[in-house]
Design a protein around this ligand. Structure first.
Ligand SMILES: [Zn+2]
Length: 708
């Protein structure tokens, strides 16, 4: 299992044949530059490379009208003048004699990727395609988009794999499924991977063949800077597809100028609540804004929805330097967003390229997504961890609009929608024109920032060992992936004293992490409290400037630990919620899955990202009380804030498999399912709201609304 990369050079054939300043940015070099950077970084070679097929016209018909498909087929025979005339009938579109072939390959690439993931050949993947798809509608090209690649992939996943899953069920039922519905069982010929055909982990059998077939739930995350109105129109009354889009909006003054791109467009009929629009009303949104949108809007809703597949409309015009977006998010941000999505749907994440027109920014961002998909640690987020006021107003609006539809948002308490007249604006509403003086200044600034980022990335090289495990006693039954190092070395100073053997192993592992030889590790210990104390002091005296301690169970903060801002201690087991200082926060152990998710997304991660630690120490002490999937999710999410530098200490029963599960998630595997979503008890939500109220003035990532 691994990561698929789907690409075909034929998709570079279509290009603009006449003068059109609006369309010239959608050019073949977008694909070749991204691919070259993946090759230079050694990332392409680590992926399973799949060559796409052309989508069939029947597959295009899953979303598009026969007349529209026929019209596009006819473009192959048109001359340049006729192509230009036809292009003029649509908004921001150009056709080329090879457009039909390219666009069918782009759809085919998305389908190939979905097939590979859902049939278990790979965990996840990226399809590098053009033309993009998310603006395309049933019978209309729009915004460089011809066929709606991601929407067709969603329908394909539901129809092919939904039927296959539900009718065929477990392996013993395959023959029956074939007779009953005649679903093709043969995987596409290009997918001749040994793992193909196995049932993906977490795939649930249907209760019976005769009952109504449940349709797999699919989450589409559209992080392109434009609203994917095409996807919204296709699924707006469909509760089986949750569509999330953030987009440059500027109160309706940015293309495509649609009223239905605003936060109060939530879907229709049975689909109400399954369209989530987050409009950015200013340019300049950056890493903190995007992260806040994920933590406070997308992820609470997504966990409640519990998707079986995540599709990403991966546009990078929302990244720094892009002339369309004029946003500030740096490349590693897209790696963090990817990591955050990988804890959903058993890690089944398929990213499909949409926009992205600054070649350097696009290429670096694509590399960060692939690094995350491969399970590599992603460098820490750069820039200030404080969302813009306008971003908070947008987040506040969308939470208010969605609260009637999602328990998790309703329980956290949503402030009323800010009145339109009070919304802040900087007045920058018109897009920059390429070639203009302001555009050139912005591009020069972006290039300088990107060069400095490249330098910073060299400061965060990927350690040679991604994950290491050290145990108090050997345990061959952990089922660790082969690349996880089972570390048995000892700290030199302690090697003579058997009483300190376990501690010596932990310190040896910690030294490996602090020296950059190991990214993350799991250590079992007979005395978590003492080990955590020593590990923390060693870290601070060795190299770490700031250490985040997430202590679960009976693990008191050492009373003599200096409260100097170098340690942030989060105590998850307290009798009551208390902000004992800015750097010592205690909260009760959440009683349900819903409460646990709220605690992690609304409190732990905002504090963790806001603190910007060099190292995360997560300790599971006596009476820690977390179920294994919850502990695994916490460890997986804590990979983000310190760029993957996490040491998990476990006071462990000799028979427990917890260390193995934790090692696998630190290594990049998806955590196991949490099971059905459950409502949080009122007392847990009160504790959360109390802590947010106490802390959000200083810890800005906790905010879910603009300060009044
Ligand atoms: Zn776009």
């Amino acid at each position: 299992m691994g990561t698929a990369l789907v690409y075909h050079e034929d998709m570079t054939a279509a290009r603009l044949l006449w003068e059109d300043p609006e369309c010239e940015i959608e050019r073949p070099e977008r694909l070749t530059a991204a691919l070259r950077r993946l090759q230079q970084g050694g990332l392409e070679q680590r992926c399973l490379q799949l060559a796409p097929r052309e989508a069939s016209e029947a597959e295009l018909g899953l979303v598009h009208s026969p007349e529209y498909v026929s019209l596009l087929r006819g473009t192959q025979a048109l001359d340049t003048q006729e192509l230009q005339a036809l292009s003029g009938q649509y908004d921001a579109v150009y056709f080329h004699p090879s457009t039909f072939h390219c666009a069918r390959l782009a759809v085919g690439a998305a389908l190939q990727l979905v097939d590979a993931v859902l049939m278990g050949a790979v965990h996840n993947g990226l399809a590098l395609v053009r033309p993009p798809g998310h603006h395309s509608q049933r019978a209309a090209a729009n915004g460089f988009c011809v066929f709606n690649n991601v929407a067709i992939a969603a329908r394909h996943a539901q129809q092919k794999h939904g039927l296959q899953r539900c009718v065929l069920g477990w392996p013993g039922a395959r023959g029956r499924g074939k007779v009953v519905v005649g679903v093709a069982e043969t995987p596409p010929s290009a997918l001749s991977h040994p793992g193909l055909g196995s049932r993906p982990q977490g795939w649930r059998p249907c209760p019976s063949v005769s009952s109504a077939l449940p349709v797999p739930r699919i989450l589409i995350v559209d992080w392109d800077v434009h609203h994917g109105q095409g996807i919204q129109y296709i699924f707006e009354d469909d509760p089986s597809v949750l569509y999330f889009s953030w987009h440059r909006y500027e109160h309706g003054r940015f293309w495509p100028y649609l009223r239905e791109s605003d936060a109060d467009a939530v879907g229709q009929g049975k689909g109400r609540g399954f369209t989530v629009n987050l409009p950015w009303n200013q340019v300049g949104m950056g890493n903190a804004d995007y992260l806040a949108a994920f933590l406070h809007v997308l992820l609470p809703v997504a966990f409640e929805f519990d998707p079986e597949l995540v599709l990403v409309s991966a546009g990078f015009d929302s990244a720094i330097g892009d002339p369309e977006g004029q946003m500030q998010a740096t490349p590693e941000c897209f790696g963090h967003l990817t990591q955050l999505l990988q804890v959903l749907a058993g890690g089944r994440v398929c990213a499909v390229l949409e926009g992205g027109y600054h070649l350097e920014s696009l290429s670096q961002s694509v590399c960060m997504v692939v690094r995350a998909l491969l399970g590599d640690p992603v460098p820490p987020l750069s820039g200030p961890m404080e969302p813009h006021r306008s971003a908070l107003e947008s987040i506040q609006s969308v939470r208010a609009a969605q609260a009637p539809h999602w328990t998790s948002l309703r329980q956290q308490g949503s402030a009323p929608t800010p009145r339109p007249g009070t919304c802040s604006t900087d007045g920058r509403t018109s897009p920059l024109s390429p070639g203009g003086p302001t555009f050139k200044a912005a591009e020069a600034q972006a290039s300088a920032v990107l060069s400095s980022l490249l330098g910073q990335l060299h400061l965060h090289p990927t350690p040679p060992v991604r994950t290491a495990v050290t145990l108090t006693a050997p345990d061959a039954a952990l089922g660790l992936p082969p690349a996880v190092l089972h570390q048995e070395g000892l700290h030199e100073a302690l090697i003579q004293d058997t009483a300190f053997t376990a501690l010596g192993k932990v310190l040896h592992l910690l030294k490996g992490i602090l020296d950059g030889q190991v990214s993350s590790g799991v250590a079992t210990t007979p005395a978590a409290a003492a080990t955590l104390d020593v590990a923390l002091r060693c870290s601070l005296s060795h190299r770490a400037q700031r250490v985040l301690c997430v202590a679960v169970g009976q693990l008191d903060r050492p009373p003599d630990l200096a409260n100097d801002g170098r340690t942030l201690w989060l105590d998850i087991r307290g009798k009551e919620a208390a902000a004992l200082s800015l750097f010592h926060v205690s909260m009760p152990l959440p009683g349900t899955t819903g409460a646990f998710l709220s605690c992690v997304l609304a409190l732990v991660l905002p504090l963790a990202y806001g603190f910007r630690p060099d190292l995360v120490l997560m300790a599971l002490g006596p009476a820690q009380g977390l179920q294994e999937p919850h502990a695994a999710l916490l460890a997986a999410l804590l990979r983000g804030p310190a760029g993957g530098r996490v040491l998990v200490l476990v006071e462990q029963e000799p028979t427990s498999q917890l260390a193995g599960i934790l090692a696998r998630v630190l290594h990049g595997d998806a955590p196991p399912s949490l099971g059905p979503f459950s409502t949080a008890p009122p007392e847990d939500m009160q504790a959360l709201l109390y802590l947010r109220g106490q802390l959000e003035a200083q810890w800005k990532m906790l905010q879910v609304a603009a300060p009044s």
